[in-house]
Design a protein around this ligand. Structure first.
Ligand code: SF4
Length: 386
């Protein structure tokens, strides 16, 4: 993916969301050089951690309200810089897009009443998304069957002490973030437990606690839960009854062989058929747009991912995809991330599916740092006209 994505396709400086979508895919994959002078110039007003903190969940926002994870990489062909004192994105020295950042907040200085830093439990994404990670541990660590692209278990295996927060702590963080950051969207992600019944029960109890302490109606956009597909698909019903807007069972990869290679725990314990059955159960019982499932773009040939997306969409299940960020230590790190053409074709097909099947993916504008589903939905007509 070394061909510049500007050049003849678009004006030199990105002014539209479609060019920003090209840049988002390229930036998540390739990263960006992030010098201290950019941080110094914006630190008064922007939510941005300094380059000295390599674990920060930093975000930049491109024209068209496209949020992108700031994956710092000193060897990238992209660089953040300043032009006339304003932040700008450069590709091989050429300015390609104006850049802005979410508003400054002291969220990362907060601790729960139990003493856990907010940032060790949940991160802010984009302008108004609060994403919880790893609410409980992943049992696949014990059997060495973790997914090869997973950041969370890598952190655990590297010895990072990620707390398992209490339900009250989760609610406390949500309340603070709504009142002080204007959070509108809440994403909950557990680990994976061998006892899928336990996972469903935990989520239902967590949602009831959030409702008591915060009020689910205070979450203006939506709250959704990523959860391992239950062996008995009906177990998930209690999560909807407790107030979840949607549930995600991520397939990650559609191709059965590659699914088993990249997500061995899922393939063996949940099984691909079990995941599909659980997704169909939600769509059948709770209606279209209530279940969603994400792929990691680039782990399989495009036609395989698109076949999976069509299978889901035709059943009222929202397909989504994230840009793949190769990470050190990953079995996928030697593979090359896909190029711009892969992502352009993927976004066009996902836009067609959203329109054809009347699907509405989760998220807010300038929200997720790596998922493209909401960006595609917001620009659906422009993508289809391209
Ligand atoms: S199931 Fe896979 S993606 Fe989920 S926490 Fe475990 S290793 Fe990570």
């Amino acid at each position: 993916m070394n061909t510049p994505i500007t050049g003849s396709h678009k004006p030199r400086l990105a002014a539209d969301a479609l060019h920003s979508l090209d840049l988002k895919c390229a930036l998540v994959g390739a990263g960006v050089r992030y010098p201290q002078e950019v941080y110094d110039a914006v630190a008064d007003w922007a939510r941005l951690e300094p380059p000295s903190n390599p674990y920060a969940c930093n975000c930049l926002i491109l024209p068209g309200e496209v949020a992108v994870h700031l994956h710092a990489n000193e060897n990238s062909r992209f660089a953040l810089g300043l032009q006339n004192g304003k932040p700008m994105l450069f590709e091989e020295g050429t300015p390609v897009a104006d850049v802005t950042f979410p508003a400054a907040t002291n969220y990362y200085q907060q601790k729960t009443t139990a003493g856990h830093p907010f940032g060790s439990i949940a991160v802010l994404e984009g302008r108004s998304t609060l994403a919880f990670f790893y609410l409980w541990s992943c049992d696949y660590v014990k059997t060495r069957e973790t997914c090869s692209f997973c950041f969370q278990v890598k952190a655990e295996m590297a010895g990072y002490d990620l707390p398992s927060p209490s339900y009250a702590e989760v609610a406390e963080i949500i309340r603070w973030a709504i009142e002080n950051v204007g959070v509108q969207e809440v994403q909950l992600t557990g680990g994976t437990l061998f006892g899928s019944q336990t996972e469903c029960r935990r989520y239902a109890e967590l949602l009831r606690t959030i409702d008591q302490i915060v009020g689910l109606d205070k979450i203006k956009s939506e709250l959704y839960c990523y959860i391992t597909a239950a062996r008995n698909p009906h177990d998930v019903d209690q999560i909807f009854e407790a107030g979840a807007d949607r549930v995600g069972h991520d397939l990650h990869v559609w191709n059965p062989e590659l699914h088993a290679r990249f997500a061995p725990g899922h393939a063996r314990h949940v099984t691909r058929a079990g995941q599909l059955r659980a997704l169909e159960h939600i769509a059948g019982k709770f209606g279209p747009n209530k279940a969603f499932s994400a792929f990691v773009a680039g782990l399989e040939p495009l036609e395989d991912m698109l076949a999976g997306a069509e299978w889901l969409a035709s059943r009222g299940i929202v397909p989504a995809f994230s840009v793949w960020m190769p990470t050190p230590g990953s079995v996928t790190v030697d593979s090359k991330p896909p190029g711009t053409d892969y992502y352009r074709q993927a976004r066009r097909e996902f836009a067609r599916l959203y329109k054809t099947y009347n699907l509405n993916p989760p998220g807010t504008s300038a929200g997720s740092h790596v998922s493209l589903c909401r960006d595609i939905y917001r620009n659906m007509n422009a993508i289809l006209a391209q």
